[in-house]
Design a binder for this molecule. Structure first.
Ligand SMILES: C[S@@+](CC[C@H](N)C(=O)[O-])C[C@H]1O[C@@H](n2cnc3c(N)ncnc32)[C@H](O)[C@@H]1O
Length: 279
């Protein structure tokens, strides 16, 4: 094992890329291996700006979190598929506005969970657990989740760039219904998901999927708008901007931080997101 891998948990195969580590690399992080960096570089080669999708997503995640903490007044957060600790973690964004907010992070990647526990479990209001977000029954009955979040008061639940990494044979709408049913009224769901706009416009994202597959990662599913809409059951979507009547839009268009200079390019629009409130 090379020095780069000396700290790695034994169950991790360092020759296969992982979603969490590829995402970390695309965000400019250091918790990734050569195999992850090669997979991301190959995707960028077949579809320029493929890795920029990660930054587009993380930037939206932070904007949505600011909205939830500041405007919606949410004090409890369940961040599913939270990933490796990054520059601005959910609890850091939230605590700038409310230093008593409770945050539980969940991920099934052993490297993410190990780093997460080491860096984010440091505060009595923050917890990081290893768990499978496709098993809502298990997550919702996890003793840490139950001990840390009060399901009689509104909660913000995140599926931020997580469900597009799940295979087609899972009942993703059913999984989301399970989560939404468990949330009390006044709760919110923040969801982002890779989007295939269809036809020629979707050709670059299909190339990204093929390239990742060739690198051993069958984990990038760019789905249709209709499929993504089904992941927001019974939620009232927050309008995506001051003049918008839509809730589910390319993340770049969801309450951008300020005026846009230049054209970000079509690939960066291939991730949709929404924030929805449970009535
Ligand atoms: C692209 S990253 C997104 C990280 C973070 N949610 C964000 O938006 O910045 C996807 C994360 O989902 C995690 N993930 C994928 N499938 C999962 C599952 N079945 N259970 C828990 N986590 C999962 C991956 O390990 C990875 O850390």
């Amino acid at each position: 094992m090379s020095d780069e891998h000396s700290w790695v948990p034994p169950q991790v195969d360092v020759n296969v890329p992982s979603v969490a580590r590829c995402y970390d690399f695309a965000l400019g992080g250091k918790d990734n291996f050569e195999v992850d960096r090669a997979a991301v570089a190959a995707a960028d080669a077949v579809a320029p700006e493929a890795s920029a999708l990660a930054k587009v997503n993380r930037s939206w995640h932070i904007r949505a979190t600011r909205f939830l903490a500041e405007q919606a007044g949410i004090t409890q957060y369940l961040d599913l598929g939270a990933g490796l600790p990054t520059a601005e973690n959910t609890h850091e964004v939230v605590r700038r506005l409310n230093d008593e907010a409770h945050v539980v992070y969940v991920d099934n990647d052993p490297v993410a969970a190990a780093h997460g526990r080491a860096l984010l479990d440091d505060h009595y209001l923050t917890r990081y657990i290893e768990g499978d977000l496709t098993k809502p029954e298990q997550i919702l009955n996890n003793p840490v989740v139950l001990g840390h979040l009060d399901f009689t008061r509104p909660i913000a639940l995140y599926q931020s760039a997580t469900l597009h990494h799940q295979p087609d044979d899972l009942d993703l709408p059913g999984i989301m219904r399970h989560y939404v049913d468990a949330l009390p009224s006044g709760s919110y769901v923040a969801l982002s998901h890779f989007w295939d706009p269809g036809g020629e416009a979707g050709a670059p994202v299909r190339r990204i999927r093929e390239s990742m597959l060739a690198h051993g990662l069958d984990a990038d599913h760019f789905r249709s708008r209709e499929q993504i809409e089904q992941l927001l059951p019974g939620l009232e979507l927050v309008p995506a901007g001051p003049d918008s009547t839509e809730g589910l839009v390319p993340l770049l268009d969801w309450w951008p931080d300020g005026p846009r200079v230049g054209d970000p390019g079509p690939v960066q629009r291939c991730v949709l997101g929404a924030v929805g409130r449970k009535p």
